[in-house]
Design a protein. Structure first.
Length: 196
C-alpha cells in the first residue's frame, strides 16, 4: 500500500510546486490519489473517506514553509495522519498465556512468513511459540510453514489428512499446544480461491 501511495503521490504532488498556500483546489487531486491507494489496499471505504477528510482539514489554509515544497508538506501531513490512524507509539502484545494469534489475509500477502517471524520474535522474548497450519486450500503453504518451523525449531501442528475440512484444525492445534507446553499459538489461515 505504501509503495503504491508513494508512487501516486510523487506524480500528483509535482503539481503543487510554486503554490504559496495549500487550498482545497490545489490538493484535491493529491487527496483523490490517496483515497484510491487506500481503497486499492482494501481499506474500508468509510475509513478511507474519513482519513482523506482529516488530511484535507489539516492541509487547508496551511502556509507553505519556505524550507520545504508544498508537496513535501502534504506528504508530512499525510504521514502524521497515517501515524494517528494506525496508532502512535509502541504497543506490546498481551501477556496472556497461552496467547492466541490469528494470521489471515489475501493470497500472497505474506501470512506464512509473518507467522514465522512473529514466532521467532516471541521466542526471543522467552516465549514458546507453536505454529498451526489452517490453510486447507494451499498444500504448499502448509509445507512452507512446516519448513520454517523446523528451521527455527518451533513446534508446528499440521494435518494433511484434514485438508478439505478446516473446522477441526484450530481445535486440534489448540489441544496439541496444551500438551507440548507452548505459550503462544499462531494460527495461520488462508483464503479460499474464488474458483473453488
Amino acid at each position: 500500500m505504501f509503495e503504491s501511495l508513494t508512487e501516486k503521490l510523487s506524480k500528483t504532488l509535482r503539481n503543487l510546486r510554486g503554490v504559496g498556500k495549500l487550498s482545497e483546489d490545489n490538493i484535491s487531486e493529491a487527496l483523490a490519489e490517496v483515497r484510491k491507494a487506500l481503497l486499492s489496499a482494501d481499506v474500508h471505504f468509510k475509513t478511507a473517506r474519513e482519513f482523506v477528510d482529516e488530511v484535507k482539514q489539516a492541509c487547508l489554509g496551511q502556509e507553505v514553509l519556505k524550507s520545504v515544497s508544498p508537496g513535501q508538506q502534504v506528504v508530512k501531513i499525510i504521514n502524521d495522519e497515517l501515524v494517528k490512524l494506525l496508532g502512535e507509539g509502541t504497543t506490546e502484545l498481551r501477556q496472556d498465556s497461552p496467547l492466541r494469534v490469528l494470521v489471515v489475509g489475501l493470497h500472497g500477502a505474506g501470512k506464512t512468513t509473518t507467522s514465522a517471524k512473529l514466532a521467532k520474535r516471541m521466542a526471543k522474548n522467552g516465549r514458546k511459540p507453536m505454529l498451526v497450519a489452517c490453510d486447507v486450500y494451499r498444500p504448499a503453504a502448509i509445507d512452507q510453514l512446516e519448513f520454517l518451523a523446523k528451521q527455527e525449531d518451533f513446534k508446528c501442528y499440521l494435518d494433511r489428512a484434514k485438508q478439505r475440512c478446516s473446522v477441526p484444525l484450530p481445535a486440534l492445534g489448540w489441544e496439541e499446544s496444551k500438551t507440548n507446553g507452548s505459550d503462544v499459538v499462531i494460527f495461520r489461515y488462508g483464503r479460499q480461491a474464488s474458483n473453488r
